[in-house]
Write a protein of this length. Structure first.
Length: 670
């Protein structure tokens, strides 16, 4: 395999494991980012303020009042740029915001189209926003047949974009870029990952930023909304603790016993409130079938099913009856059903079936024409992303991770019950570890750590077809050309600054709330640093120095109000690049930390004391990488608390005289 001509070694990841990709995947990622960059820098789909205000007024008349975050997302997607990106936690009202955007776009004369990876997600987008939607596969098939081509008057909204693989999203964005259309990507990278390779949606947001909607609206109780926010930010253990405290987590000796307890609770809930919507969720098709069988037995015992009819459907022999819950398993435009559409059997014989779908339609079909149907009491979690029900019942098994548990535990409005067997999870701690496992997908360029402007792949001789790399221009540049190139970089630098500020602000908020930054937040911070570094070397370091002094700078910059942050960043850059100013600043900062740590120790504030000492350790260690600063400080040892010359490097002398242990760190003390 290592000798395969199309294999490209990426080096080691953060866990020390060797990572590889292929030339084809690198080319796809490069084309994806090239198309996105072109669209992000293009501003051709603006609307008049009066159209947006009128759409908001009509929504208000219907009783829909957008939250501040929803309104900011609306302003972002309608700002005219050809690329819009919205990250929204589960149940935050993304579709409602898109419905208002649709009205504004249509009033401005644009054609709005929707798409999603799965049929049920496309159906949910259309139902929630009024945007006519279809699957991405159907959209691409139409393009291949010369139908439904995008134009410059089109706005394409792609929902659940985090589930779309790199190759497919590249094809769609490239098509839209060439046609001059606008694309709005909506999703949540923390929910279910793409089935195909890559994390394209997350990567695009890292590079171009976007709007965020974090205020959860789906759950009706405050503590459940808070649990959803915990799940969205990787704090699975805290979310499970909240559900445990409210008696919503149920352990049994075995998985079979847990399955029986789940069905008992589901049946009790069904009979107490038959009008409420509900779903049973689990990880595998095998468990789905077992739960469907158990649920049907309860329905039969209660007398809620008609006579049994034995049918052979696509998945094999099944018993069906009037009153049965069923799920459609294949999109069919003629019937108007999607893969994942749910309903109840109204009429049945050996040749045909009539189903009343949950959206109020009656669908009749011959089984010889359509047999992709199965019982619909239970479903896999992958079928459920985008679904909203009143109540959910979840069976946990060892295949779950943070992304699947996030989806499973956030489908409900009123309540969710989580069941597990001790033969799968010996302790609640083991359950929390499994349900909190991070399995986020990544991109080859995450490991390459390069700007998408061809450098990484070009050094490996990869040909980009219609977009060949040009040889480097070694001629002296004119002032006009240099200024033009500098001007061209400004928008990208501004986006990198905003994206980095969003990541820093999220970390600050997590620390302020008394917790710690989640692994997902730290990864996002690292990626934003790398993107910033590629456009402005050491820019993220200067920005973080400024944010540590005044956290409000990060908060404002994250909202797009960058003027103060830019001024502070420039000041930090001047201090860093002026050797004497840096020396004065080092001494001032060192003395400040030394005084603070002493006061904290005397006051018994040991947490603060250790934080100050760690900052001093980082400063001492930094001198090893900065011989110029070390030389300037050589004559200021007394100012730094060094009473005698040991003949060692200055950083080592600082550590010795102040009792520090030199360790590694990378910004923000993280």
């Amino acid at each position: 395999m290592r000798r395969a001509p199309d294999l490209v070694a990426l080096g080691q990841d953060a866990r020390g494991e060797d990572r590889f990709t292929t030339r084809d995947m690198l080319e796809a990622e490069q084309r994806l980012h090239r198309a996105a960059l072109t669209m992000a820098d293009r501003d051709r789909h603006g609307i008049e303020a009066r159209d947006r205000d009128a759409a908001l007024a009509r929504a208000g008349a219907r009783g829909l009042i957008l939250s501040t975050e929803q309104a900011e997302a609306l302003a972002h997607v309608t700002d005219g740029r050809d690329l819009g990106i919205v990250i929204g936690h589960a149940g935050t009202g993304k579709s409602a915001m898109l419905g208002v955007a649709r009205e504004a776009w249509e009033a401005a004369g644009y054609r709005v189209r929707g798409a999603a990876l799965s049929g049920i997600a496309a159906e949910n987008l259309e139902g929630g926003s009024g945007i006519g939607s279809r699957t991405l596969a159907s959209l691409e098939h139409g393009w291949a047949q010369g139908r439904d081509a995008l134009t410059s008057r089109d706005i394409l909204v792609i929902d659940e974009a985090g589930m779309v693989g790199t190759r497919q999203l590249e094809r769609v964005l490239s098509q839209a870029s060439d046609a001059g259309a606008k694309v709005v990507l909506v999703g949540d990278p923390q929910q279910l990952q793409s089935i195909e390779a890559g994390a394209a949606f997350r990567s695009l947001h890292d590079r171009h930023g976007g709007a965020r909607i974090g205020e959860v609206r789906r759950q009706r109780e405050n503590w459940q909304r808070e649990a959803t926010r915990d799940l969205a930010t990787g704090r699975t253990e805290a979310a499970l603790a909240a559900y445990e405290a409210h008696c919503k987590v149920h352990a049994a000796d075995t998985r079979a016993a847990a399955r029986e307890a789940l069905i008992e609770g589901w049946d009790r809930d069904r009979q107490a409130d038959p009008q409420a919507s509900r779903i049973i969720l689990t990880h595998t098709n095998e468990e789905v079938r077992a739960l469907n069988t158990a649920a049907r037995e309860r329905m039969r015992e209660a007398g809620d099913l008609g006579p049994e009819v034995r049918l052979t459907v696509e998945r094999g022999a099944r018993d069906f009856a009037t009153g049965d819950r069923v799920m459609f398993l294949q999109n069919d435009r003629g019937l108007g059903v999607k893969n994942g559409t749910l309903g109840s059997i109204a009429e049945l014989d050996r040749q045909s079936m009539t189903v009343h779908t949950d959206d109020g339609r009656s669908v009749r079909f011959d089984l010889k024409d359509y047999d992709r149907i199965d019982h619909g009491y239970a479903a896999t979690i992958h079928k459920a992303q985008g679904m909203t029900v009143d109540r959910a019942h979840v069976l946990a098994t060892p295949g779950l991770d943070a992304h699947a548990s996030y989806v499973a535990l956030t489908r409900h409005r009123d309540g969710v019950e989580l069941h597990y067997g001790r033969d799968d999870f010996a302790t609640p701690e083991r359950l929390a570890r499994t349900l909190g496992r991070e399995r986020a997908k990544d991109m080859a360029l995450d490991h390459a750590r390069v700007d998408p402007a061809e450098g990484f792949a070009a050094r490996r001789g990869i040909d980009f077809g219609a977009h060949p790399s040009e040889p480097p221009d070694v001629r002296p540049q004119s002032d006009d050309l240099a200024e033009a190139r500098e001007a061209a970089l400004r928008p990208a630098r501004a986006r990198a600054l905003i994206r980095h500020a969003e990541a820093v602000h999220d970390v600050f908020e997590a620390l302020t709330e008394g917790g710690k930054a989640s692994p997902d937040q730290l990864r996002t911070l690292d990626r934003s640093r790398d993107a910033f570094e590629a456009l402005r070397p050491d820019g993220w370091r200067d920005a973080e120095e400024a944010y540590l002094k005044d956290p409000s700078l990060a908060r404002d910059a994250a909202k797009g109000q960058t003027s103060r942050a830019i001024r502070a960043l420039q000041l930090e850059t001047e201090l860093r690049t002026d050797p004497r100013a840096r020396a004065n600043r080092f001494v001032e900062r060192w003395q400040q930390l030394d005084r603070r740590s002493g006061a904290q120790y005397r006051a018994g504030d040991y947490t603060g004391y250790h934080a100050s000492r760690k900052a001093m350790t980082d400063m001492a260690r930094s001198l090893h990488r900065d011989p110029q600063l070390e030389s300037l400080l050589a004559n200021r040892k007394r100012d730094l608390g060094i009473s005698s010359d040991m003949g060692r490097r200055l950083g080592q002398e600082l550590a010795f005289h102040h009792g520090l242990e030199l360790t590694r760190s990378r910004g923000l003390g993280l």
